[in-house]
Ligand binder design. Structure first.
Ligand code: FE2
Length: 288
């Protein structure tokens, strides 16, 4: 059967993609950001660690969706997803190859589990999806695994609650575990951390709160699922709500996790960047 083998969070800041493209990723400003990904870029290339499929939780930034349609949760079931043109031409990265069999299985399982998913059969994917792939896999001719896009609305109020995101992750974990092929799946949650892009508090970064959130992803606690929207807004700025997407990743890992890698750095463009890698702990091993 399929299994979720690891969970990864990553920023998806568009400026990271620009740094890669312009070859400035080793300068004084970007160097500490990219250095933080080196341990896990090496880890994922070790035997047994490259997943067959990544379920990549992200938000679209008015590339595939706009005010005409705002799906709360949308799953990409297509064979291929092309990089979106976000105004400067598509990012020069490979097409994203999907996994329609697993994606449709997850869609069916989630809907029968009472999550009303939007199913997307044609969609271009923007920096929210492709920048994390670049951060983990570098510049490549083709991505080394298949990717199922899972888009979450965190742009237009109301975004889903953290609790609903965590529960969706749990349901995705059940869906993966019931897929009859022996494949490994990583859950990625992208976006965040604290940042505000406009208004009097533009530039807000809250390192203490961000690190509290990172702490809460590790181990057995599930208290992060109960953080209300107003706390994200107050403590992490108007765009910090992207962190609810990380809770989908965390929910899919089950009751407890083990930390493999953690990196936090300020500033990165207008934000704090947080990158964390977790392994699920089998329920039989919790407390052992
Ligand atoms: Fe974003």
């Amino acid at each position: 059967m399929a299994r979720v083998t690891a969970g990864i969070t990553s920023s998806h800041i568009p400026a990271l993609g620009a740094a890669i493209q312009t070859g400035t990723l080793h300068n004084d400003y970007w160097g500490p950001v990219f250095d933080g990904y080196e341990p896990i870029k090496a880890w994922v290339r070790e035997p047994g660690n490259m997943p067959d499929v990544v379920i990549l939780v992200y938000n679209d930034h008015a590339s595939a969706f706009d005010m005409n349609i705002i799906p709360t949760f949308a799953i990409g079931c297509a064979e291929v997803f092309k990089p979106a043109d976000e105004g400067w031409g598509p990012r020069p990265v490979p097409d994203v190859i999907g996994h329609p069999d697993l994606a449709w299985h997850i869609a069916q399982s989630l809907i029968l589990d009472e999550f009303d998913m939007t199913i997307i059969n044609e969609m271009d994917v923007d920096h929210g999806l492709t920048v994390p792939l670049s951060m983990m896999f570098g510049r490549v001719e083709q991505w080394p695994c298949r990717v199922i896009p899972l888009a979450v609305n965190v742009v237009t109020y109301p975004p889903p609650s953290g609790n609903r995101c965590w529960a969706l992750g749990e349901a995705i974990g059940r869906a993966v575990a019931s897929f009859p092929e022996d494949i490994s799946v990583q859950m990625w949650g992208t976006g965040g951390m604290s940042h505000q892009l406009q208004g009097p508090r533009a530039g807000l970064i809250n390192a203490a709160w961000d690190n509290m959130f990172l702490d809460g992803l590790i181990g057995e606690s599930d208290h992060l699922r109960r953080i209300p929207h107003i706390e994200y807004l107050r403590e992490t700025g108007s765009e910090g709500i992207e962190m609810v997407m990380w809770l989908i990743m965390r929910g899919a890992l089950g009751p407890a996790t083990r930390l493999l890698h953690r990196h936090y750095h300020v500033p990165c463009s207008n934000t704090a960047i947080g990158h964390i890698v977790l392994e699920p702990i089998a329920p039989s091993s919790i407390g052992a």
